[in-house]
Design a binder for this molecule. Structure first.
Ligand code: CP
Ligand code: NVA
Length: 308
């Protein structure tokens, strides 16, 4: 059974193969209408459940489109509308769903929910974001970086802002794809020390630098994300904004990185908070390529999970 739960727990060679497959699939259908079917139909006869316990635009639509392009069918479900949201256990939900569908994609709060689903499902489970990680996003980001600038191995990636779930998956990717990673943000919002140690143990350089200008020196890629994630209490909003304001990605910050540095944001963004509109719409930005590449990267993940 191949679950896609996290980058640091998936074999590095398999991750590389998925990126290469995604790129090939993207090239193969270049220029066709979005709804056109791929030449091969590897998901023919397959049903995929897409379950959301949190809002989503990109994850929902890109998974739905990807499955359809490959000849499969989807059902998009809200956790709140299922018995899952009314006391049925995750284990029982997993067993029941496994009798109906061929794969489950889950966006949820606690990581434990995802792992319990995977443990009790007899079909593959994909992590569509938890409070702790967002691996599908970073697969799309690796694909995006490499399309623009070539292999990411040995490059310097700088995360400016909250050491959140998306940051965690970037750290996981650093160890697996072999790039250096610098975090710049306030100490209270550091990435998990265990993830830092694990990436370092894989031989990559991971630094924590409180001064954002110093952090981005020599950066090939600058990344940020929202200051308040979906699982963060709204009561923390003002404090987080005050703490994170010095880490806003501005044109001045981008100018301190390498001249050809890229800027990424997984979206949705709060414009002129974590990054200025000038950066988001500027020459370094590849944010909409990242969004598109969710589709292509996840098609490769789906095929890997199903072995097709
Ligand atoms: N980046 C991302 O996962 O976006 P959605 O929340 O819209 O799915
Ligand atoms: N860190 C954000 C990512 C959204 C795609 C969140 O969890 O809300």
């Amino acid at each position: 059974m191949r679950h896609f739960l996290d980058l640091h727990t998936t074999d590095a060679g398999e991750l590389r193969a998925m990126i290469d497959a995604a790129r090939a699939m993207k090239t193969a259908r270049a220029g066709r209408p979005r709804g056109a079917l791929d030449d091969d139909q590897p998901l023919s006869g397959r049903m995929v459940a897409l379950i959301f316990e949190k809002p989503s635009t990109r994850t929902r639509i890109s998974f739905d489109m990807g499955v359809r392009q490959m000849g499969g069918q989807t059902m998009v479900l809200s956790g709140a509308d299922m018995q899952l949201g009314h006391g049925e256990t995750i284990a029982d939900t997993a067993r029941v769903l496994s009798r109906y569908v061929d794969l489950i994609m889950l966006r949820t709060f606690e990581e434990a929910t995802l792992h319990e689903m995977a443990e009790h499902a007899s079909v593959p489970v994909i992590n569509g974001l938890t409070n702790r990680s967002h691996p599908c996003q970073i697969m799309a980001d690796i694909l995006t970086y490499e399309e623009h600038r070539g292999p990411i191995g040995g490059r310097k990636v700088v995360w400016s802002g909250d050491g959140n779930n998306v940051c965690a998956s970037f750290l996981h990717a650093a160890g697996q794809f072999g790039f250096d990673f610098t975090f710049t943000g306030p100490p209270t919002l550091d990435p998990e020390p265990g993830f830092v140690a694990e990436a370092r143990a894989k031989g990559v350089r991971v630094e924590i630098e409180r001064d954002p200008m110093r952090a981005v020196a020599g950066a090939d890629l600058v990344v940020t994300d929202t200051w308040v994630s979906m699982h963060d209490p709204q009561s923390a909003r003002e404090r987080r904004h005050n703490q994170l304001r010095p880490y806003q990605v501005t044109e001045a910050l981008m100018a301190a990185a390498k001249p050809d540095a890229l800027f990424m944001h997984c979206l949705p963004a709060h414009r002129d908070e974590e990054a200025t509109s000038a950066v988001m719409d500027g020459p370094h930005s590849v944010i909409f390529d990242e969004a598109e590449n969710r589709l292509h990267a996840q098609k490769a993940i789906l095929r890997w999970c199903l072995g097709v």
